[in-house]
Design a protein around this ligand. Structure first.
Ligand code: NAD
Length: 314
């Protein structure tokens, strides 16, 4: 099986490294020149749970892909705002048989992918694996995780193909789970991302400090309520109290509370644009379509965009 990973940042490198180390046929496509140069020169050099792990792996710029390259499985791991351009630039690698796996944070990727692929090709999910970058070609990969996924296509062939992807992920240690309630799990993760990401970025704090500030709790509860209302209006059943408790787990200093969410790292640490439009912004957009008020999500989206502009993020 030819596996192509579109986007070789932290997550693309993690999946690329784990697949390649297990002997799979993997090629990376990326749009960041320094990253491509570094990976071509010395492969991926990962800080892998504190040890240096190196793996040689093919990588092409997305605007200069090997014309003979065809993907059986395309895993998309760009940032959300890069996804459509990247898919368009790499159309030559896709055939009718290609399956596309999307595990990116946020909501609305089913709508984006349906513009370019048939339902039968699309596999949607989310992942609890994490990754960071210490520099070009140098991912920092700590901890454990798993991947939840489900095929959008209704055919037996689409189900079998998704289950094959689960088996592949299991085989290489990425821990696949075939999950019928995928939209519930995607919205559950959005409850965390729609609160921790934007608020910690605007307030420049980690999650435990945010939780200690009692005044943040009403804000957090309102944001979660809007996500839950939108999910319920879309037919994805969610319980508000359960989601508020779930988000509250982020405040625990003994576990993950000391962590600065990825949006903080993108904007505050690296002066990069954020995925806010695909998290709070997407909640607000869906709310508008479904007649569900989402003023808190809209406001937070505008605040983050304002901060991006003030900081001159790119
Ligand atoms: P990333 O920013 O590391 O990489 C995404 C793209 O941006 C890659 O093409 C990369 O080469 C490029 N890039 C990275 N740093 C750059 C820089 N300084 N200058 C120019 N280009 C740069 O993103 P990621 O963390 O791999 O996330 C990919 C997707 O997966 C996102 O949708 C994210 O929300 C989701 N996700 C991330 C994690 C995580 O822990 N990182 C966990 C779950 C889901």
């Amino acid at each position: 099986m030819k596996i192509v990973i579109l986007g070789a940042g932290g997550m693309g490198s993690r999946f690329g490294l784990m697949l390649k180390k297990a002997g799979k046929d993997v090629t990376l496509l990326d749009g960041w020149d320094k990253n491509i140069e570094a990976i071509r020169e010395h492969g991926i050099r990962a800080n892998y749970n504190g040890e240096e792990v190196q793996v040689d792996i093919d990588i092409y710029p997305i605007d200069d892909v090997d014309p003979d390259l065809k993907a059986d499985l395309l895993i998309v791991f760009t940032k959300a705002m890069q996804l459509e351009d990247a898919i368009q630039a790499t159309r030559s690698i896709v055939t009718d048989q290609t399956k596309v796996l999307c595990l990116m944070n946020g909501i609305g990727y089913d709508d984006i992918l349906r513009k370019y692929f048939d339902d039968e090709q699309i596999v949607l999910g989310n992942t609890m694996w994490t990754a960071g970058l210490e520099g070009p070609g140098r991912p920092k990969l700590f901890g454990n995780g798993y991947v939840n996924l489900l095929n959008l296509g209704k055919s037996e062939e689409a189900t079998a193909a998704a289950k094959d992807i689960v088996a592949l992920l299991d085989e290489v240690g990425l821990n696949g789970v075939y999950e019928k309630e995928i939209f519930y799990l995607i919205y559950k993760k959005v409850c965390v991302n729609a609160t921790m990401n934007g608020l910690c970025t605007i307030l420049e704090c980690n999650m435990a400090d945010l939780g200690d500030a009692q005044a943040s709790h009403d804000l957090i509860n309102q944001l979660v309520k809007e996500v839950v209302d939108v999910a319920n209006a879309e037919g994805v059943e969610m319980d508000l109290d359960e989601m508020i408790d779930h988000v509250g787990e982020c405040f625990n200093r003994e576990t993950i509370g000391g962590h600065f969410p990825s949006m903080y790292q993108d904007l505050i640490t690296n002066n990069r644009l954020t995925e806010i439009d695909y998290i709070n912004g997407a909640v607000a957009q869906k709310g508008e379509k479904l007649n569900v008020p989402t003023p808190y999500n809209q406001f937070l989206t505008s605040l983050v965009h304002t901060k991006e502009q003030l900081l001159g993020a790119k």
